[in-house]
Every structure is written in C-alpha cells, then in structure tokens.
Design a protein around this ligand. Structure first.
Ligand SMILES: Nc1nc2c(ncn2[C@@H]2O[C@H](COP(=O)(O)OP(=O)(O)OP(=O)(O)O)[C@@H](O)[C@H]2O)c(=O)[nH]1
Ligand SMILES: [K+]
Ligand SMILES: [Mg+2]
Length: 540
C-alpha cells in the first residue's frame, strides 16, 4: 500500500459512517469512493490497461506483470528438448514471423508441394535448409500450428530434427539470421501461453509439476491441474464472489433512482456465506495436495540398533545408510526421495534416540526428535524381543522406551523388527495392530506384507485420487492457500459490515475476488463485473 493509503482509508470510512450523510450525498460519496479506491488499487486501474484479451493478468507469481510491447513481442525460438545425443530434437519457433521461417527454411520433400503454404497441424516430411545459403542442414519433419490454436496462441512451428550438437547449433544459428527472431528466454513459450489466455497460473504450475512428476500420484495431480481442473474450481469461486459484488453494487448505484428488489443484500449475504464454506472446505484438506506435490515426509525413528538404517536400505533397495552392530551408528539425518506404492515419499533415517554424553550423538538425537515432530508420517522401529512386555495377566504388549513416548501419537506407525530373534513366534501373537507390522529385515520375513500394508495406509491417508469419498485437493501450492485465506478474511469482513455500509461491503468483496483471482492470475474484477452488471436484473 502507498504510505497515504491508511489515511485515505480512514477518511473513506469516516466519509461513509453516517447513514443519513451517505444517503444525502450518495452520489458524491460514490464518486469520491471510486476515486479513492482507484488510488487505493493502482493494480486495478493498471490491469484495465493490460493488453491481455481475456482478463488474465500476471501478478506476484513469478511472471512480471508488465505487458510486452509489440516491439518486444518478436518471434522467439529455442530447442525444446534436452540438449545432447538422441534420436529426435524439437526446435520450436513462435510468433508473427513463424510462417516466414517456414517459407525460408522448410523444403517439403514432394516438389509439387514446394512454395505452398504450410498445412496447419499436419506433420510434413521436409529438409531443413539455411535461409540464406539454401544448404541442407538436416532431414526431418515440420509442423505448423496456426494461431490461436497453438500452445502459445501465436503461430508456432516445430522442427523435428536429429538431436546432435552440430545439427542443433546449425539450425539455431540459421534462425539467428532472421532479424525478426530472437532466442527465447527460459519459460517464455509458457509465458506467452499464459498471456494469450491459453493457460492460467494454476495450469502453468501444473505443467511444471507434470514435467517434475516422479510418481504416479504426482503425475495425475499435475495432469489435472495442467488440464484446468484447479482453474475451473478457482474461477467458479471468483465468479461467485463477483456475482455477489454485482448485487451489492446494484444497491449502491440504483437504490436511489430505481427500485432495487427487496432482499438483494440478504441474497448477496446468503451467497457469500456459501462461498465462505466452500473456501473453508478447500482449506481444510490437511494439506494433502501440497504434501503429494512435494512428497510425504516420513521420519523413521526409534531406539539405537532397532534396524532403522536397515529399513531405509530395504526401502531404497540399496546400501544407502551405514548399518553396523554399534548402537549410535547413524548420527546425522539421511534423506532419500522414494516411490512407495506410487506415492512420493521423502524418507528420513535418524539417529537412535537415547540419553548420551557424546556431543555429536546428542546433536543427532536432537535433530531426530525435531524431524519426527515436523514429519507428515512417523514410523517407529522397535527391535524384538525387547519391545515385548508381559502384562501382569501374562498378556503380551508393546513396550516403548520412555524417551520415545513424547513422540508417539495415535497416527504413529510401528515396525517390530528382528522377529528372527524371538525364540517362539507365538510370543508375538496378538501384539500386531492395524498400524504395526512384524518383520525381520535380515531374513526378509514379513517385509512384503509390511510394504503392502504401509503403502495402503499411506494411500488411505493421502491418495485422495483413488478415494472417491473425499474431494480431490484444490490446493497444491502454498500460494493458493495464502490467497484463499486472505479471500476468506475479506468475506468475513463483508459479512460483518452493516447493510448501511454497502460501499465498504462492496469493497471487501472486491478484495476477496481479487485475492482468489491472484491464484489463477485473473485479477481484473471490473471486466467481469461490467458484463455481469449488464445482465443483472434491477427493479421489477
Ligand atoms: N537379527 C537381526 N538383526 C538385524 C535385523 N535388522 C537389523 N539387524 C542388525 O541390527 C544392527 C543394527 O542395525 P541398524 O540398521 O544399524 O540399526 P539402527 O536402528 O539404524 O541403529 P543406529 O543407527 O545405531 O541407531 C545391525 O547389526 C543389523 O545387521 C533383523 O531383522 N534381525
Ligand atoms: K547401529
Ligand atoms: Mg542407523
């Protein structure tokens, strides 16, 4: 906010505080309010000037919100596949001069076809030639995507050539001969797709997550986001808020001169109450979307020598951690990103928990404790037969060392290791419960059962994509949560304003719509409002 904003806001509040004053000077107040709110929201007036065609506008999301001038909007080109030796490389060219590149660099195989315009969305066999010398650079395929039905919404050409260092560099240097073309900046094709309204920010994020996806669940979550599932959810929300805003604006603008239907304010309130509960539902997702995207953080903990590092190695299927018979072998935290049953899990092996005089080990113990407290999932490894305890009645139960007790919660999982050391397997009968498994990591006994059961338990907790009961998480990035929380605050503020303070109430809704809009990059409330307003039924 500008330094003077607090002052302006205070004077705005004083301006509208008296109902009678507002009534007598409604029009003046409204004009004043409109002027003030324009000063308060430089973004709003800015975004009206933005060049984008569908109201989408970049904000604080990594994209610069400055629109490119036409002079800057040149044709761009880049290698779109990883550099290096491979069968195929794709060079992408996007912008107003893409067709000129085709004319001068693509020579179709069929001589009858020479000189004709490219057929859009059709792969064509061709030679790629130098635009000046006419020398053949490679033999390949070319495809022309006609604007706006292309990734960037501009004319796009893809040259599919052989992926070799010399081939690629000869093509890129040939492209540099076009004065209208320049190399693309990182992410610029996607940026143009966003600016052209082809993708919103959640789709851009989804696309990036899809490229980064390492597990099945991540792939599906990202594919949905890239395909516009999140976009639609957030857009619905934003439109709902803007509809309520339109109602409140109608009260401000027309109640003096025309009949505004009875109960319009009440209806707006009712809608906002619904929207509030939708946002609350989205927010109470136990952060599943974010956790799935970044990986479930699993902490393996337990007393020394229980077999924690042996477990990490078993999960990783390699000797990642040092395993010895010396208690206190692991000191620092060792983390690995693994795929457990299709879920992304960041597994942390930690130091065995015990009181120790050793300075280094005690630091490790402290780190272990913090890791367990901060993890999404905690798995406690105990070794048999020590972990067994006979109750007075002779019944067997689990014994957890006192030092571990503060870290155990109702959702802690248990792995009872070293069953091979239990003389009679019947000794462990009855000590397993639904969050514990009995194994021997040395002999492999029970490990498959454990892995299946543990993966199932994780899926039950996190993989809502398989679970038709619960809703798929809408929030996959921390910034979604931040903007939704802020929208929720503005909706609350609207609900607590009195019906007389419609001007302030409208302002809260405007803020709320803008907060949700920041998620997708669509912050221009006014455009949508104008079109809604035209349809809005005023009077009887
Ligand atoms: N008999 C038997 N020994 C095991 C089993 N699993 C692990 N061990 C042994 O137990 C010892 C300790 O294993 P680690 O994996 O280093 O245990 P840890 O919990 O990581 O120990 P710290 O890092 O020292 O806390 C090693 O000698 C392992 O070979 C098992 O199922 N049965
Ligand atoms: K050990
Ligand atoms: Mg260890």
């Amino acid at each position: 906010m500008l330094p003077g904003n607090a002052l302006l806001e205070a004077s705005l509040r004083r301006f509208v505080v008296s109902r009678s004053f507002v009534t007598s000077c409604r029009q003046t107040a409204l004009n004043g309010y409109r002027k003030i709110s324009q000063i308060l929201h430089p973004l709003q007036s800015y975004s009206k000037k933005g060049h984008s065609t569908n109201g989408l506008q970049a904000t604080n999301t990594g994209f610069s919100s400055l629109a490119l001038s036409d002079a800057q909007r040149r044709t761009i080109y880049a290698l779109s596949t990883p550099p290096g030796k491979a069968g195929v490389a794709v060079v992408r060219i996007s912008g107003p001069d893409a067709q000129d590149v085709w004319r001068r660099m693509v020579r179709l195989y069929n001589t009858n076809d020479r000189g004709r315009e490219p057929r859009p969305w059709k792969m064509e066999r061709c030679k790629v030639v130098h635009p000046e010398s006419g020398e053949t650079l490679d033999d390949g395929l070319a495809v022309f995507f006609k604007a706006p039905r292309s990734f960037t919404t501009e004319d796009v050409i893809e040259l599919h050539v052989h992926s070799g260092r010399a081939v690629i560099s000869s093509i890129l240097s040939a492209l540099s001969c076009f004065s209208a073309c320049r190399p693309a900046e990182p992410g610029e094709f996607t940026r143009r797709a966003f600016e052209g309204g082809r993708l919103d920010l959640t789709q851009v994020e989804g696309l990036k997550d899809l490229i980064d996806a390492e597990t099945e669940t991540q792939r599906r979550l990202a594919l949905d986001a890239a395909g516009g599932v999140s976009r639609a959810r957030f857009e619905d929300l934003r439109e709902g808020i803007i509809k309520s805003l339109a109602m409140v604006e109608a009260i401000i603008d027309f109640s003096e001169t025309e009949d505004v239907e009875e109960g319009v304010f009440e209806e707006a309130r009712a809608r906002v109450i619904q929207l509030r509960s939708t946002i609350q539902r989205y927010l109470s997702d136990s952060r599943r979307g974010e956790i799935l995207r970044s990986g479930i953080r699993l902490a393996i903990f337990g007393p020394p020598n229980a077999g924690k590092s042996s477990l990490l190695n078993f999960l990783a299927q390699r000797e990642a951690a040092i395993v010895t018979s010396v208690p206190g072998t692991t000191r620092d935290i060792l983390e690995l990103s693994l795929d457990i049953g299709g879920l992304p899990v960041i597994v942390a092996d930690t130091a065995g928990l015990r009181d120790t005089e050793d300075l280094v080990e005690s630091i490790g113990v402290e780190r272990a404790r913090k890791m367990v407290l901060g993890a999404d999932v905690a798995l406690c490894v105990l070794s048999l037969p020590e972990a067994l305890h006979r109750k007075d009645g002779g019944e067997r139960c689990l014994k957890v060392p006192p030092m571990l007790e503060p870290l155990i919660t109702p959702s802690t999982f248990f792995l009872l290791n070293k069953i091979d050391l239990v003389p009679s397997p019947t000794d462990v009968n009855g000590i397993e419960f639904n969050r514990s498994w009995t194994v021997s990591l040395s002999t492999g006994f029970g490990t498959k059962n454990f892995l299946d059961g543990f993966a199932r338990a994780l899926r039950e907790r996190y993989d809502i994509l398989q679970d038709t009961q619960s809703e798929q998480p809408v929030i996959t990035h921390a910034r979604h949560r931040v903007h939704l929380e802020s929208a929720l605050r503005f909706l609350e503020a609207f609900l607590s304003t009195a019906p007389e303070d419609v001007v302030l109430g409208a302002e809260e809704l405007r803020y709320a719509a803008r907060a949700v809009g920041r998620i997708s990059g669509a912050i221009d409330v006014e455009d949508v409002l104008d079109s809604l307003f035209r349809e809005f039924c005023i009077g009887k």
